[in-house]
Ligand binder design. Sequence first.
Ligand SMILES: NC(=O)C1=CN([C@@H]2O[C@H](COP(=O)(O)OP(=O)(O)OC[C@H]3O[C@@H](n4cnc5c(N)ncnc54)[C@H](O)[C@@H]3O)[C@@H](O)[C@H]2O)C=CC1
Ligand SMILES: O=C(O)CCC(=O)C(=O)O
Length: 527
Amino acid sequence: MKILVTDDISQTGLEVFEELDDVEVSVQTSLSPAELLEAIADADALVVRSQTNVTADVIAAGRRLKVIGRAGVGVDNIDLEAATKRGVLVINAPDGNTIAAAEHTFAMMISLARHIPAANRDLLSGKWNRKRWVGVELRGKTLAILGMGRIGTEVAKRAKVFGMQVLGYDPFLTQERADSLGVVKSTLENAIAEADFITVHTPLTKETHHLIDAARFQTVKPGVRIINCARGGIIDERALCAALQEGVVAGAAFDVFESEPLDADHPLRRMENVILTPHLGASTIEAQENVAIQVAHQIVRVLKDEPFEHAVNLPSLSQKQKERLTPYLSLAEKLGVFAAQLAQGAPSTITVTYTGDAAIPDGGYLTRTVLKGLFGFRYRDEVNYVNALRFAEEAGLRVQEVRESRGRVYTNEISLSFTTENGTHHLSGTLYHESGPRIVELDGYPIDMPSEGILLFTRHTDKPGMIGRIGTYLGDAQVNIAGMQVGRRESGGEAIMLLSIDRSLPDDVIKQIAGVDGISMVRSIEL
Ligand SMILES: NC(=O)C1=CN([C@@H]2O[C@H](COP(=O)(O)OP(=O)(O)OC[C@H]3O[C@@H](n4cnc5c(N)ncnc54)[C@H](O)[C@@H]3O)[C@@H](O)[C@H]2O)C=CC1
Ligand SMILES: O=C(O)CCC(=O)C(=O)O
């Protein structure tokens, strides 16, 4: 097993990989794009910070790649779309560097308020200028925090201790949490208009790109100071330079930039009242140990096929949700595998209905599992939880989920209803606590069979001798019948038979059965 590490990661984190048998940890930093393509070819896992650009080509070249671990928060250097499509899991270390980033933000804010870097430069150049560097106090000032997640929250706590009034803007900030932090829940417009200091702590997304642009700079309080220790691009750098030159903005402190490393002739480098650091927010010994250990542990779990946390391209579940969900995973996957064989053709729509105890809010996890079974039957190991929805999307399969709180017959039930060009099928299963997953309905007929082993399913006309003739074909092929379920709606109408058999039937026997007068459908199903 090979783990490729392409950015500087704490040694303590790398030692975690020793838990794996037969592991080779290959640390190769500062690779050229061509060298990276070569190095990734036989890697099972890739570990990066923010420097390595994990493009679609890199992911495609990692033919054995199962997981990309980001020792940090932001994953904007990883092509998530490409990773998801190829079923490569992306995980991060979301809280290991929170304090480091919050403290760096605070260091930037105080440095801005008190001109510390400029005064230091001045002094080192031989001057003693006490008049030039008069600053402002933080106490009594208004701080706008855009993005009240982990880091924003830690910044807010520190600002409160400094006697600042804190305005928080975040679509997910509840009144209750704002109150408990002593933060005034605010709109973006109000936060920007009122603040003496503005700090951004959002990810870089389509919505946050240039969240503060030229138009917004028109609405700031004159003399505002601005800090970005989140991601380059949240604040429009050109518009900022203009606002600094006009004196609308009194100072800016940036740790992150639209393009990194920052160009040698970037206008920000020539601005007065600007403090720049080269993406150092997470660069403390503690944070680097935390994120490296955290991500390495999760990678080990992924590679050992054990439950893991902090997946970026999978729904995240609480421990309680996971515990409730786990017993249903096998049932959901078996139903998907069953459906693949029942369908014999690509389904165009599928509705998955969860009833009773199976209707757990699960972020779509069980439906991914059904689809993993459905597509995995044909594409085997290529399909996993990460890319199952992509397989459905690419196959043009419309997927719908329904949740019903109470079942009519069973305390829990998962039902699939899907349509192919040959018609519509229904399939339901339940989980019995004593005997595990069972199939309890097939195309509208109630049955009861364990969802395992080899099954033979027929739809036929209800007339004497059908069961005997099928039994004879099986006997001639030396195939034992272990269990049988039959059903019909009315005498002489359509009937079904589901047999559990000891070994799979040769194709020619299935063809013979299909040719029996009165048989309308035969399916051999392996679960
Ligand atoms: N400079 C550095 O070295 C570091 C930078 N970071 C960056 O800091 C940022 C924040 O990290 P965390 O607090 O850990 O993330 P987080 O995920 O805990 O918080 C982000 C918050 O932004 C909010 N948000 C998203 N879109 C928004 C929008 N349009 N308007 C307002 N709020 C919005 C979210 O609701 C969330 O509460 C990330 O971009 C991360 O990459 C993180 C660590 C170190
Ligand atoms: O790895 C680093 O030093 C950068 C940290 C960072 O930007 C993040 O975690 O989002």
